[in-house]
Design a protein. Sequence first.
Length: 499
Amino acid sequence: MATKTITHWIDGKLYEKSAERSGDVFNPATGDVQAKVAFATPSVVDEAVESAWKASQTWRSVSIAKRTKILFAFRQLVDKHQHEIAKLLTLEHGKVTGDALGEVNRGLEVIEFACGIADLAKGEFSENVSTEVDTYSIRQPLGVVAGITPFNFPAMVPMWMYPLAIACGNTFVLKPSERDPSAAMFCAQLLADSGLPPGVFNVVHGDKVAVDRLLEHPKIAGISFVGSTPIAQYIYETGTKNGKRVQALGGAKNHMIVLPDADMELAADAAVSAGYGSAGERCMAISVVVAVGNAADKLIPLMKERIAKLKVGDGLEAGNEMGPLINKAHRDKVAGYVDAGVKEGAALVCDGRTLKVSGRENGFFLGPSLFDNVKPDMSIYKDEIFGPVLGVTRVASYSDAIKMINSNPYANGVAIFTNDGGAARKFQHEVEVGMVGINVPIPVPMAYYSFGGWKASLFGDLHIYGPDGIRFYTRMKAITSRWPDPRHRGVDLGFPQNK
């Protein structure tokens, strides 16, 4: 049986030319290659950008009412087909069905936010700033913009970008992860079915070759990126060097403080859910529990109980709560961190390396691992592992906990669990992290706020989606106007003054 090939989406249709290079798309639960994905050459990227540029000449002038109508239609189609999109996510990423459906629904929230573009993109007006002179501002699209997105959320993260970009009047070129490309292609067809004109949304697959061409292409005005910190820094530096507006979201090492007065049952539920959901392949996953005082002694037994009950297996099988990792190389890398944690002296409480999934022996599975007594100089503390490995660090006081978090180079998300309102308020004021949860382990904002971290977790001035998304995908134009009247004021070479 021939393996299917996933190709590009350019100018409103599937790209028909054969690819010079391609990559494997695995089913992580079985280890089987289920498809090949075409890798774009620079010339293929150029074709996509040219299609987007031509479309931008008319799309920027399409009425807000028309754009909104198309987005509403797209929203309805995504909602109607959410189970089909979720199945694609499970087949190519490995996450369980419930998690995949949650991803689609968080993407839907941004589409719904973009449907309010008529109100979101309003300018301002000041009458009579000078005698009979008015000043007002308008927001206009950048032109052609691109998105480079990661494997862990192949439906949601692109939806954080292109609905807003398109709503603002831009055209879009998406370079999704080559590891799980099908969700992007499915949504491209849904956009076409919604009435989006050809060229407004394009998809090119590939690796660094395609990425570098997007970063240097003279007709691309802006780049959005989500991924690891080293690549985010590269995207930001290369894109801005080429004159582009760039928002590049990087890696994370998210801490969860547990104070001794916290509801330990709630904290244990939260730590296990946020640490092992989606096999830890989330930029907002909790990877370090900072237990203050004697909190760890009460918390760890409760976490062990919950970990022992987790069902790990094929994401398509009902009842499973955690699926495999994305591929064998990543699975082995994460297992290597467990090896390193043991060598470095951390206490291994639960060992995920021993997991075997019956009937899925070739799948990329790794069970949940839990460490106690993790120290800041250990690799399992310092590095973004991006897998089901959770560490508990013990500190004596709240001051020690806040110092540890604020000295970390990553600053994406953080949480505190406590029943003390004063401690929680002090924490939200003092912590130097972009997204904060109070008794909430994964504080991903709703679509009408913006998502983004601080420090090495974000390169650029603006966060993604929400109000910052509107600002990123538009540029402000200020207009000062005076309409002629019968009185002629004559020539005046002095600097303009308000009168």
